[in-house]
Design a protein. Structure first.
Length: 173
């Protein structure tokens, strides 16, 4: 039996802000923590926008935070990149996010199921959501080895924060 690591996610409205408190049974500091914080704070933004509330604090409590020795070299490489404190994600658009999330889901499914992504285009929605779709497309293009298409999609991105990650990706291809 597999016991989930996420125990609770509490959404609390305090002083007109949507705060979130997540409790984890266990969290891998390298493989899980960055992913979890990204996902849970994005969920916080989705709920806040749905409720027309500003985003408040995010709190993350972990019973067993751990790092496996085999991941140590990658952890130091990740920390030395320096992006963690200098490049926050752009804020999610304040309008109701559900139509954009549906479009993102459809786009991701098309990417996953298509034999070829040649000619696949991002739908006309808010730039924030387009950039997330472009990022998914770029990861697919990386798997296909298409550097020119990666650079073309990177040049279409609105957020320079995500462009930084794409630049690193293009250099690694």
């Amino acid at each position: 039996m597999h016991v989930p690591c996420t125990c609770t996610i509490q959404f609390l409205v305090r002083d007109g802000l949507l705060n979130v408190f997540t409790t984890m049974r266990s969290n891998d500091a390298y493989l899980g923590l960055p992913h979890d914080i990204f996902c849970f704070t994005m969920l916080q933004e989705v709920v806040a926008n749905t409720l027309s509330l500003p985003v408040g604090m995010y709190m993350h409590a972990v019973g067993s935070l751990h790092l496996y020795d085999e991941h140590s070299p990658n952890v130091y490489k990740y920390l030395n990149e320096g992006w963690q404190s200098s490049c926050p994600m752009p804020p999610m658009p304040s309008e109701d996010p559900w139509e954009a999330l549906k479009a993102l889901k459809v786009f991701e499914e098309q990417l996953r199921k298509s034999d070829s992504v040649d000619g696949m285009r991002v739908p006309d929605i808010a730039e924030y959501w387009k950039d997330l779709m472009r990022l998914l497309l770029i990861f697919r293009l990386k798997n296909d080895g298409n550097i020119k298409a990666i650079r073309d999609e990177r040049d279409r991105m609105y957020s320079n924060v995500l462009q930084i990650h794409v630049d690193k990706l293009v250099l690694e291809v």
